[in-house]
Design a protein around this ligand. Structure first.
Ligand SMILES: Cc1cc2nc3c(=O)[nH]c(=O)nc-3n(C[C@H](O)[C@H](O)[C@H](O)COP(=O)(O)OP(=O)(O)OC[C@H]3O[C@@H](n4cnc5c(N)ncnc54)[C@H](O)[C@@H]3O)c2cc1C
Length: 499
């Protein structure tokens, strides 16, 4: 086994830096590795990134941190999935829910897959995803995706949280466990004769040496690109969004739901993320199709805000570095790469990168690690591209360009072809081994959710060769299961009770 390095310096105190610091410290501390994290209070963090996948639950479980400890401190709420609205103009498909997986899906997913295939091949059977999935019902009914103790099935869920507060929480947790925290602005990176990173040098002259470095410096990518010159591969050819404008709003009077909302707009989409004290909102758009003032105006109009209400503008750099681990440096977070936030996957990749790195370090498998991370980016990228390519919207130049382009990977072409030729999509996803990025359920929900079926007038009534499921039975089953789940407000209140 490759022994851990004696010292690690992490550049960057955003969510990526603190998550990685805590994961490395947990694994390497007992071997005597000294972990230091440098960040510049003058630069600050990006301060967005408020939705997660179920990977974040696994992260807190790994560190032994309970929800009662971290959620109230980060104004966090539960997330059962994402609702997509306005992405399709097909009647009956104006919105759909992308659920996080649960074991309960095993009872209904086969029926859903069968029905989508029957409809794809011209039979008039119900094939909208929402009725088949318990998470859609949990979110719709204002419940939390928290399985009660006697519920015998696994239910995965993610969270919404305040990006600044989660960073501060992880900083306090990490420094209490011995991670050194340094406030310094790094001005240059020193390489040794072999080309490895030797030290980071601050603008006040302080010099920070280590055996190993982590670049978590955000879009600046100060070490991996700045010093080590690792090339950056942009994803602009099929992911057009490069900007965002964000602003919070107060909580609605009628309460919040356990889901992120993604609402398609003229040149992008708007997110609504419910926290316990506010709603986070942002318009992710392409500056090729709308300028920043018009984007801000569209966001304000959507939220019912006045013309002068304050907003914050951000640039996004979508793409990834060619290799995440180069010489004695690991890039993680925005310095490593960024896929636009449509499926809130950035922190998922951070956690996966840090954990895969620790395993690869032990076995000295750097090339395999880099290959695996690159494939993960491409796998998630394809799923995002599929959203835009198969959305049923063509009212603006932006949507016409996104739904028409042919910049598709072979893998995505295979998925789309399987869907539109009436083939077995589940088998195609398994054959390609891409279910580890998005499960067959996710692919089915997206493609069906946008109404990618023959037009209603082309559909024939199902004959005796088609199994017809009784939707009232499906509804009773899903609704009956969902009734066991607590109201979201009650679940959040319970977190504040003394243990
Ligand atoms: C519009 C938008 C929406 C997003 N939504 C989501 C979402 O819903 N879910 C999700 O998982 N992710 C989302 N993300 C991504 C998410 O914001 C980031 O992955 C996450 O915040 C981690 O960022 P980071 O730590 O890599 O970078 P940052 O937060 O930018 O941190 C960089 C750190 O490096 C330090 N630094 C940089 N240069 C120097 C220097 N020279 N000297 C010293 N310190 C330095 C800074 O001070 C800072 O501490 C979103 C991103 C954008 C742009």
């Amino acid at each position: 086994m490759n022994p851990p390095p004696r010292s690690v310096v992490i550049l960057g105190g955003g969510t990526a830096g603190w998550m990685t610091a805590n994961l490395l410290n947990r694994r390497w501390k007992e071997h005597g590795t000294k972990i230091s994290l440098i960040e510049s209070s003058a630069i600050g963090i990006i301060g967005v990134g408020e939705g997660s996948t179920p990977q974040l639950k696994a992260f807190f479980d790994t560190l032994g941190i309970s929800e009662a400890e971290w959620m109230p401190r980060c104004n966090a709420t539960y997330k059962a999935g994402i609702e997509f609205a306005g992405w399709s103009d097909q009647p009956g498909y104006e919105r759909y829910f992308h659920p996080f997986p649960t074991d309960v899906d095993g009872f209904t997913q086969g029926q859903f897959f069968y029905s989508t295939r029957a409809r794809r091949t011209g039979r008039d059977v119900p094939a909208h995803p929402d009725p088949f999935f318990i998470q859609a019902r949990i979110a719709r009914d204002g419940r939390a995706p928290l399985a009660p103790p006697n519920f015998p099935f696994l239910v995965s869920y993610g969270y919404h949280f305040d990006a600044h507060l989660i960073g501060a929480f992880l900083r306090d947790f990490g420094t209490a466990k011995g991670i050194e925290h340094i406030d310094a602005k790094i001005a240059s990176v020193e390489l040794n004769d072999a080309g490895d990173v030797a030290a980071l040098v601050a603008d006040d002259g302080r010099r920070f040496e280590a055996d190993f470095f982590v670049d978590a410096s955000g879009f600046r990518a100060a070490i991996i690109e700045g010093a080590l010159k690792e090339p950056h591969r942009p994803f602009a050819e099929n992911l057009f969004n490069d900007s965002a404008v964000v602003t919070p709003t107060p909580l609605p009077a009628d309460g919040i739901h356990a889901c992120t909302r993604s609402i398609a707009k003229s040149a992008g989409w708007i997110w609504n993320i419910p926290l316990t004290n506010r709603i986070g909102n942002g318009y992710v758009y392409s500056s090729r199709y709308i300028d920043r003032d018009d984007a801000a105006a569209e966001l304000r109009a959507h939220l019912g805000l006045g013309e002068d209400s304050e907003v914050r503008h951000l640039q996004m750099r979508c793409g990834r570095v060619e290799r995440s681990w180069v010489r004695n440096c690991l890039a993680v977070g925005l310095s490593q790469g960024f896929l636009e936030p449509l499926e809130a996957t950035a922190l998922h990749i951070v956690i996966n990168t840090a954990e895969s790195f620790l395993e690869a370090w032990e076995e000295e498998k750097r090339d395999e690690f880099n290959e695996k991370i690159a494939r993960r980016y491409e796998g998630i990228r394809d799923y995002l591209v599929c959203h835009y390519r198969t959305a049923q919207r063509s009212d603006t130049e932006y949507w016409r360009a996104l739904t028409k382009h042919n910049a598709l990977s072979d893998s995505l072409k295979g998925v789309i072809t399987a869907w539109f030729t009436g083939a077995d999509l589940e088998q195609e996803v398994l054959r390609q081994d891409i279910g580890k990025y998005y499960l067959p359920t996710s692919w089915h929900c997206m493609l069906a959710g946008y109404g990618n079926f023959p037009k209603q007038e082309q559909l024939k009534p199902p004959g005796p060769d088609v199994v017809q499921f009784n939707m009232a039975d499906v509804d009773r089953f899903v609704g009956g299961c969902a009734m066991n789940f607590p109201p979201l407000s009650e679940a959040l209140e319970r977190l504040k009770e003394p243990a």
